[in-house]
Design a protein around this ligand. Structure first.
Ligand code: DHB
Ligand code: FE
Length: 297
């Protein structure tokens, strides 16, 4: 017979896995225009074949999707550092060429409200966003992991991080926030399977004299450290990201939020590396991708 404590533990939400991927807009365009089999794109999409099967086999109830808006919903008028999408539905945004032809994203307002309550009480001042349109930062990772379904097969809580306008949050702050998100998810009284995704990166610079910069060696070292020693990686200062990975490489601090939410950071077992992929180039960007599974699933 199970005691009440064990039953309650079974009834809580839990983080089952983390997924990390770049979100290059040209990848979305290649999918939307039927070019995934072209010579240029084929090797990239082959790297996600395993991931699409893995997603089918490990479908969560909810994805907590850490991404950055690219001055689409948050123009330069208002720039929240950390913002959680609390709505029931999020439409794809018009990024200048019309919205991508992808399904609307279904949210989870109750879990989002719970996470907001918990994380704000843990001293992270989130912005609540009840109306939000989502750009390539969120929709391209969904397309890479799910292909082109009529409906996204699970609910998604968008979580925006400002990595566009300085000052941006530190890697350390992001890593600590991930730990707070884990505590928030685990205190939700429904037995939901939650994945946390960290998106953006890898090395790229879209502007100025160094436009086109890619640093594959640094990127792979980042992946090694993210897997094996994220607490140490979290201490890396911004200037290192910008110098080594380009001005837009700073998007990688978002990966530390997802990594901070994994069980080992709270004293549990090390995650299982289910998949690792790296490819250069996609448009002007290095593409990196990891899947880490918690062993408590
Ligand atoms: C590009 C834009 C992005 O937001 C990004 O993360 C990578 C590449 C681009 O415009 O090529
Ligand atoms: Fe980006």
């Amino acid at each position: 017979m199970q005691n009440a404590h064990a039953q309650a533990a079974q009834g809580q939400a839990r983080i089952t896995a983390s997924v990390f991927t770049s979100h290059v807009p040209a990848i979305g365009a290649a999918i939307d225009h039927g070019k995934t089999g072209d010579d240029y794109w084929k090797p990239l999409f082959q790297g996600y074949e395993y991931s699409k099967q893995w997603m089918q086999d490990h479908l969560p109830d909810v994805i907590f999707l850490v991404y950055n808006d690219h001055a689409t919903s948050f123009d330069l008028g208002v720039i929240p550092t950390f913002a959680i999408g609390t709505a029931a539905e999020f439409e794809p945004a018009d990024e200048g060429y019309g919205p991508r032809p992808v399904p609307k994203v279904q949210g989870h307002p109750d879990l989002a409200a719970h996470i907001a309550q918990s994380v704000i009480q843990q001293d992270f001042d989130l912005t609540l966003v009840n109306t939000l349109k989502v750009d390539h930062g969120l929709t391209v990772p969904l397309s890479l992991m799910f292909g082109q379904p009529e409906h996204w097969p699970c609910q998604v809580i968008p979580f925006h991080v400002n990595v566009v306008q300085y000052p941006v949050p530190s890697g350390q702050r992001c890593f600590q926030l991930g730990q707070a998100i884990r505590r928030a998810v685990e205190s939700y009284d429904r037995p939901l399977k939650v994945q946390i995704w960290g998106t953006g990166g890898m090395s790229h610079q879209l502007q100025g004299p160094r436009a086109g910069l890619i640093n594959a060696e640094w990127d792979n070292r980042f992946l090694d450290r993210l897997i094996a020693d994220p607490a140490d990686l979290a201490t890396m200062p911004h200037i290192d990201y910008v110098r080594e990975a380009g001005s837009e490489g700073i998007e990688l601090v978002m990966w530390l939020i997802a990594r901070g939410a994994m069980a080992d950071v709270a004293g549990g077992p090390a995650p299982k590396l289910a998949h690792r992929f790296f490819h250069v180039p996609a448009s002007n960007t290095a593409v990196g991708h990891l899947i880490l599974e918690n062993r408590n699933d």
